[in-house]
Design a binder for this molecule. Structure first.
Ligand code: NAD
Ligand code: MG
Length: 299
């Protein structure tokens, strides 16, 4: 998929080719490599302007979708990046590593399961060791499984969704704060679901409301240390999350078409929001949730 250059004047309605994804299914966690159509993670379009020169970033869920687009953008802006992802996503992670290295930056691969409490601490320690420090954290990994009826939602799914989406953010953030110097940033991936929960996503959507709230509370707590915490709330973005039971299969062809822009977003359209909140240019922005959702009204 070819996008118009990130910095070229264009109509947001038609910046990307219209997509009507065919019904498809992948086992969780889903691969970008097998998604139809392919997503735009900015490989051919994201142009850096040195806004993260010399930064050292850990990004979770960095192999695919939004996290992959953020990893590419961070590298193009001058950062070295540690990528956290599940072992089953090695193919996607290797692709992003290659793109980052072609940019002339370092990519550190850290596969493992964030529903494991010990791994949440280990991934931070490994990133610090491999990058030679840490000054940017992006908590982006997420689990989303749609179910029609709460009767089908078992305790295991409820608990794992909470483990990955919010408990891991608490654990990783706590481990990272020991290492983050003044000037560092944390950006959490939340969702439009935090305010407009779909009836099929009661577990997922409630974790996203928790992320928004955690972001605003923690931002105040660590502000005096010179650490800024913010969130990005995506709307419907075309990623592997959606085809690995994130949406009912029947809903895929219409995915994103009810937004004011009339289309789903591409992962690369999220990247500038994460770059902005990580870069020193947003030094007076704390506890903010930046909505990137094609125009859906938010509180
Ligand atoms: P994605 O599938 O590309 O990324 C999600 C990533 O989460 C996976 O790549 C995987 O590496 C990671 N992950 C899941 N379970 C994990 C586990 N147990 N251990 C370690 N890593 C695990 O999908 P995406 O849409 O790019 O999602 C990124 C974030 O954006 C998520 O937090 C998601 O909730 C959020 N979000 C997405 C949308 C959307 O429409 N795609 C909308 C709002 C919010
Ligand atoms: Mg993935």
């Amino acid at each position: 998929m070819t996008a118009k250059d990130q910095l070229t004047f264009c109509d947001p309605v038609s910046r990307f080719p219209d997509i009507t994804p065919p019904k498809q299914h992948q086992p969780e966690p889903g691969l970008d490599a097998e998604l139809e159509p392919q997503t735009d993670r900015g490989e051919d379009s994201y142009r850096g302007t040195g806004r993260l020169e010399g930064r050292k970033a850990l990004i979770t869920g960095a192999d695919s979708g939004i996290g992959a687009a953020v990893a590419i953008a961070f590298a193009r802006e001058g950062a070295d990046v540690a990528l956290s992802y599940l072992p089953a996503e090695e193919e996607d992670a290797q692709h992003i590593k290659k793109v980052i290295e072609e940019t002339g930056r370092t990519a550190v691969l850290l596969p493992g399961d964030l529903s494991d409490k010990e791994f949440c601490t280990q991934v931070v320690e490994d990133a610090v060791r491999e990058l030679g420090g840490l000054d940017a954290l992006v908590n982006n990994a997420g689990k989303q499984i749609a179910l029609e009826d709460i009767e089908e939602l078992d305790d295991e799914q409820w608990t794992t969704t909470y483990e990955v989406n919010i408990h891991a953010i608490f654990r990783i953030t706590k481990a990272a704060l020991k290492h983050l110097p003044a000037g560092s940033t944390i950006v959490n991936s939340t969702s439009i679901q935090a305010y407009e929960p779909s009836p099929t996503l009661v577990d997922y959507a409630s974790t996203k409301a928790a992320i928004n709230n955690f972001t605003k509370g923690l931002a105040q707590q660590v502000a005096p240390k010179g650490i800024r915490v913010n969130a990005v709330a995506p709307g419907p973005i075309w990623t592997p999350l959606q085809v690995s039971d994130g949406q009912p299969k029947e809903a895929l062809p219409e995915f994103g078409k009810s937004t004011p822009l009339g289309r789903a977003g591409q992962p690369t359209e999220l990247a500038p929001a994460y770059v902005f909140l990580t870069s020193p240019e947003s030094s007076y922005v704390l506890g903010e949730t930046l909505n990137v959702n094609g125009g859906m009204p938010t509180p």
